[in-house]
Design a binder for this molecule. Sequence first.
Ligand code: ADP
Length: 430
Amino acid sequence: DVPVPGKASTRFDLEKETELRFEVEAGEAAEQVELELLTGMAEVFGSELNRNKKYTFGPGSKIAVFTWQGCSVNLYGKPEVAYVSKDTPMLLYLNTHAALEQMRKQAERDNERGPRVMVVGPTDVGKSTVCRLLLSYAVRVGRRPTLVELDVGQSGVSVPGTVSALCIERPADVEEGFSVQAPLVYHFGSTTPGTNIKLYNKLTSCLADVFSRRCEVNRKASVGGCIINTCGWVKGSGYQALVHCASAFEVDVVLVLDHERLYNELKRDLPHFVRVVLLPKSGGVVERSKECRRDTRDEKIREYFYGFRGVTFYPFSYEVRFSDVRIYKIGAPSIPDSCLPLGMSQDDTQLKLVPVTPGRDLTYHVLSVSSAEDGEEGARKGIVESPVCGFIVVTNVDTQTQVMKVLSPAPRPLPRHTLLIMDIRFMDMK
Ligand code: ADP
């Protein structure tokens, strides 16, 4: 083999049904690691590797190269860790895929709908990875499943603080994941469902409605079913949100990763026809620190504006007059029931649009641009349930001139004038 100049290479010979796990050091200065398949066949989270092609993984990547038949690979560069494991749950995951595929076949035959699957478990058990795997396997056998992303902290589809749905048409790219084209995205506004559980449940229902309507007119989407990725919050209201999601989507299968109590609770609380399955987590899943999560979120927003890997975007910066936009926060601070105006419930306050007066404290906040038609009072009604068409970040506020400066992926003017404020901030350090 021909080593890349200046980069050390290490060869790994993998027996069948084993995986090579490696991590790339985090941090700006960290060196990338390249992976090359030399002989045999292998896959990364359900996507097959091409032989003699170098795949590049950037700082912070945590990767598993799994082989069903055996293979040899080269790593170039200095991974933080790299080891081969024989102990992986991949066979169980493959069996899960096979069972879902049976359900799709049956759906096709009986003119029914395909499996709707919810993946649950605490943080860092590999939920997103299992979703990616099942979706990639499904498209590889010609299905068109839908990914429903309900993890508002670590969304694989859009910026943090959103929930979304994406039709999957091809396997995830080994280096970049799923190609994100035309996702359906809703504004939630913060990184944990707990800040506004009513809104979270409402948006889950919105996604379920849209998905069901699509299934009615698109047979392939209906048979393909969906894979729902959820948040790692599995207690209290977090648990209730999972039960709500199961009912909104009328899920058929729940995959519980590595959490026996959650498994038992869901078995008890969901209708008997829902198949609840307990699956082990992979020993390769790496726990991520708070900082690491925050960095990933930041990176996701940066990517939205600046692109990533080979693709560079050039965002625009321009001024927006306060008088040209309406900014809202969804949800008023909750007040004791006894203080609520007569006839008003706590739900109403959590879904209420509260006008935000632009001030200096708006600086660095991410704002969603609502797709709701501009217009007066009447239009306000649909805003919470309207998808968003994009995001901007406020970079400066001038209260004197009543103007704010924004970072935007597209040139002025804003496509719409209803903006929803997130708790999430982004400081542009470029
Ligand atoms: P969750 O969605 O439950 O928070 P993820 O699926 O995002 O967890 O996994 C956490 C991290 O572990 C990710 O960076 C992922 O790439 C990595 N990972 C998952 N499975 C493996 C594995 N078998 N070997 C190495 N790393 C893995």
